[in-house]
Write a protein that binds this ligand. Structure first.
Ligand code: ADP
Length: 295
């Protein structure tokens, strides 16, 4: 199970370079593609899902070229697009049956067994007769996962999965993905939300302005921010200056001012207590101080 991205660039007809010589290798397990809005994540994901072609470079999924072997590649892929909202007005069960009929040559009895198992796994069995287009946002997202997984793909690509979900649904979704990943599969999860990755991925890359700027484990990335995160107490009047000088991660009101957590290369005229960085701190440090970090 692998995804190999070699020298991939993408230029849209009316636009700038959305991907600029991207090189990435993704093996078995859960891989996070992290980057701000506009970084090029969806562009890359659409190329991986063989819905678009690179301007130059090559992508291989399990050794097959995504452009030349489109049909074979699609059979191995499960894809959950960012905007999985528009489902037809049929029952949840019939929708999955339709997806499975398209992607497999299975007979009805075999399809039924797979659909029931999948609906139970994503906790939608109770609503199997309900119209798919009438499900709640979180349920639709779980149906999206079900349609991506129902044909048992070895590579699963998920684009911005938790955007718009409430905190409960977000946690439920992350747990579901982690469960899927216990099987022998590759999951590539693209997101701008650090929490989606910190709780699930063993390996990650940062994409920014079309470039891969980091690849490694969450631990490697967190280590980059060690010694650059502080907690400090600030008087009532001091907050604006702190916000102006540093990246403020959190602000807690106190009796005589604020307790703030900041990320910076170094403090400038302030004192604070070092705190151990987490992945969110590291991401902020990386994005804000990246010219100064050699990776
Ligand atoms: P992300 O998914 O990280 O938010 P995108 O891949 O959607 O990033 O976009 C990357 C860049 O490509 C952005 O500058 C965006 O405006 C541009 N872009 C995306 N899709 C198109 C398109 N169809 N035509 C022209 N430019 C596009």
């Amino acid at each position: 199970m692998s995804i190999k991205i070699a020298g991939v660039s993408k230029k849209y007809k009316k636009g700038k370079l959305a991907l600029d010589n991207v090189n990435l290798e993704v093996g078995k397990g859960m891989f996070g593609l992290l980057g701000p809005n506009g970084a090029g994540k969806s562009t890359l994901i659409r190329i991986l899902a063989s819905l678009d072609e690179p301007t130059s470079g090559r992508v291989e999924i399990n050794g097959l070229d995504v452009v030349g072997k489109r049909q074979e590649v699609r059979k191995m892929l499960g894809y959950l697009p960012q905007d999985f909202r528009f489902v037809p007005p049929v029952s949840t069960w019939d929708f999955l049956d339709y997806c499975l009929t398209l992607s497999s040559g299975l007979k009805k009895k075999e399809r039924n067994a797979l659909i029931e198992e999948m609906l139970r796994e994503v906790a939608l069995y109770e609503v199997r007769k309900k119209r798919a287009d009438k499900l709640s946002g979180g349920m639709k997202r779980r149906l999206g996962i079900a349609q991506a997984l129902i044909h048992q793909p070895s590579i699963i690509i998920v684009d911005e999965p938790t955007t718009g979900l409430d905190p409960d649904e977000r946690i439920r979704f992350r747990n579901l993905i982690t469960k899927v990943c216990q099987k022998e599969v590759t999951v590539l999860l693209s997101t701008h939300i650090v929490g989606d990755i910190s709780s699930t991925c063993t390996d990650l890359a940062i994409l920014n302005q079309g470039h891969i700027e980091f690849q490694g484990s969450p631990k490697d990335m967190t280590a980059l921010a060690a010694g650059h995160v502080w907690r400090m107490d600030v008087g009532m009047e001091g907050l604006e200056e702190i916000k102006h000088k540093y990246q403020v991660i959190s602000t807690m009101p106190m009796e005589n001012g604020w307790q703030v957590e900041v990320v910076a290369e170094e403090l400038d005229g302030h004192t604070g207590e070092f705190i151990p960085p987490n992945l969110e701190h590291a991401y902020v440090y990386f994005m804000e101080c990246r010219e100064r970090i050699a990776v």
